[in-house]
Design a protein around this ligand. Structure first.
Ligand code: MN
Length: 266
């Protein structure tokens, strides 16, 4: 099994070393990751600058390359430079990616980029305090999660969040009820106003959600999909709103030539 490992904290993060180490029990591992931290880069790609792909020694001794781009760039390049990648692992992010945080997450975006290329993607994150996560203590739990996910017959895109000392694993849904992004004003040393776009702690969570699982000490596994279509709204809108206009169009006299008419109504 060919396992491409990436992250958004940068190639020198202890989190990616921990993930590469865990992945080695499951197959051939290659690391392709940003040369600097790109947290909160979301699913951005670098479209206006050339990208470089440079061999870089990493602690685990696996083949590794650093890229001057985003997490999504790293997956695109990694897959371009290594044929037949079976799965992309992204993380282990220093900081959880729960609920609506996943919209901003570069960690998850790397896994999404994998799925866009037809390859299963798994994003892994863990909360962090001032001292940072204890990756050694997490190692058996990471291995357990990989064992479970990599043995699944159908594995598209999974967002994994591990609490510091997991007491089990729960399948969850994304907590979409609240958003934690916040703009906080401040001043620079010269007294000029500036702003921090930051995240505030969300207290409490609904049972069954990713946030709830981690709050309760469980590792949260959330299967995700790329289809953002609101199918319920689509069915409703298709049925109701377009109808009057189409009826009006049917009554209107046809003036345009056949070719053009076809183009307009497409
Ligand atoms: Mn990060």
């Amino acid at each position: 099994m060919r396992i491409l490992v990436t992250n958004d904290d940068g190639i020198y993060s202890p989190g990616i070393a921990a993930l590469a180490k865990a992945a080695r029990s499951f197959g051939e591992v290659r690391v392709v990751a940003p040369d600097v931290e790109r947290s909160s880069a979301g699913h951005a790609i670098t479209a206006s600058l050339p990208l470089t792909y440079r061999a870089t020694p990493v602690p685990e001794g696996v083949e590794a390359y650093r890229v001057n781009g985003t997490p999504a760039d790293c997956v695109a390049l990694g897959v371009h430079r290594w044929s037949d990648v079976d799965v992309v692992l992204s993380g282990i992010n220093i900081g959880s990616n729960l609920g609506n945080a996943i919209w901003h997450s570069g960690t998850l975006a790397a896994a999404k980029q994998a799925l866009l290329l037809g390859i299963p993607g798994i994003a892994l994150s863990t909360p962090s305090d001032q001292e940072g996560p204890d990756f050694e203590a997490l190692a058996p739990h990471v291995e357990e999660v990989l064992q479970l996910l990599l043995s699944q017959h159908h594995l598209p895109l999974v967002n994994v969040n591990l609490p510091p000392r997991p007491r089990g694993i729960r399948w969850t849904r994304q907590a979409v009820e609240r958003y934690h992004g916040e703009v906080v004003p401040g001043t620079d040393p010269q007294g000029r106003q500036h702003f921090w776009f930051t995240v505030r702690q969300i207290e409490g969570s609904l049972e069954g959600t990713d946030r709830w699982a981690v709050d309760e000490g469980y590792t949260s596994l959330t299967p995700l999909r790329l289809d953002l279509t609101d199918h319920e709204a689509l069915a409703e809108l298709r049925g109701a709103r377009l109808e009057p206009r189409e009826k009006a169009a049917a009554k209107a006299p046809v003036a345009a030539p056949a070719m053009e008419r076809k183009r307009i109504t497409r």
